[in-house]
Structures are given as structure tokens and as C-alpha cells.
Design a protein around this ligand. Structure first.
Ligand code: CA2
Length: 150
């Protein structure tokens, strides 16, 4: 769907990307990922709105607003992935295509990272591919929205 807006949400501590733990999360900063998403969005004809917050309530507010302002949500819920019923409920209420992204392969890591609540609302999930996961999510979103419009 040309001209569609995709809201890309990033949860707590992702503002530290590129600065700490590069062996787990890679060397790209969040600003690098944002720039790459903007570029890929423009190639795909999508408007990308890229945000990060350390606050659960702020993520809920943005997801609620997306119902009116966006055509799809890409979300890396970070530390809220396995615990936030509030984010899950907001995503379910949004009635939009949702793609969950994790930089690391959460299934190769500690057991407490495995059971994502957010996945219950997600159309699809991408993990373990680093920053590339965000770009793949945009590609997938473009196809999902095209298919919706057929
Ligand atoms: O792999 C991912 O993208 C995660 O969502 C990242 C979260 C983690 O809690 C999830 O299990 C998997 C952590 C984000 C914290 O990011 C940092 C980045 C650099 C340095 C420290 C933390």
C-alpha cells in the first residue's frame, strides 16, 4: 500500500545499542538502525515513524495512537517482551498488522527470554538477524499491506 505509515517502536535500553554488549546486539547504534529503516521505507514507498522509550506506559500510549495514525506496527519490546500484559492488550486492540523484532535469537538465550507475550498479538516474529531484522520486517509489512489491498 503506497503511502502507508509504519510505526517502529523500540523498548527499554535499546538506546544503548552500539555502546554496550556488541557481541550480543551488534555494533549498529539505534540511530544507524533508524537511518537504515528510513532508507528502506522510502524504497518501499512507506513512511517510517521510528521511536524509542524506556517506559512501558509510553509504549502503550503510542500503540493506542497507532490505531488512528499508522497502518502497521513493528515492535522490539526489549525487556517488556515476556512480562507486559499492558503492551499485549494495546497491540491486540490496535487491530493492525504487527511484526515483533528482536536483534538476538531469544530462543538461544536464557529461558526467561523465550516466552514472548507480545508474540500472541504478532502477525509475524523475526529474531536473531540483528539490525537486518528491522529491514526484513519492513519488507514483510509492505507485502502484508499489499495483500490486504488486493
Ligand atoms: O534481542 C533483542 O532485540 C531483545 O529484545 C533485546 C532486549 C532483551 O531483553 C530481549 O530479551 C531481546 C534488551 C535490550 C537492551 O539492549 C541493550 C543494548 C546494548 C547494551 C545493553 C542493552
Amino acid at each position: 500500500m503506497a503511502g502507508a505509515t509504519i510505526l517502529i517502536l523500540n523498548g527499554p535500553n535499546l538506546n544503548l545499542l552500539g555502546v554496550r554488549e556488541p557481541e550480543t546486539y551488534g555494533r549498529d547504534t539505534l540511530a544507524d538502525i533508524e537511518e537504515a529503516c528510513m532508507e528502506r521505507g522510502s524504497v518501499l514507498g512507506l513512511t517510517v515513524d521510528f521511536r524509542q522509550t524506556n517506559t512501558e506506559g509510553q509504549l502503550v500510549e503510542w500503540i493506542q495512537e497507532a490505531r488512528e495514525n499508522a497502518d502497521g506496527i513493528v515492535i522490539n519490546p526489549a525487556g517488556y517482551t515476556t512480562t507486559s500484559v499492558a503492551i499485549l492488550d494495546a497491540l491486540l486492540a490496535a487491530e493492525l498488522p504487527i511484526i515483533e523484532v528482536h536483534l538476538s535469537n531469544i530462543h538461544r538465550r536464557e529461558a526467561f527470554r523465550h516466552d514472548s507475550l507480545v508474540s500472541r498479538a504478532a502477525t509475524g516474529v523475526i529474531c536473531g538477524l540483528g539490525a537486518q531484522g528491522y529491514l526484513l520486517a519492513l519488507e514483510a509489512m509492505a507485502r502484508l499491506l499489499e495483500a490486504d489491498n488486493d
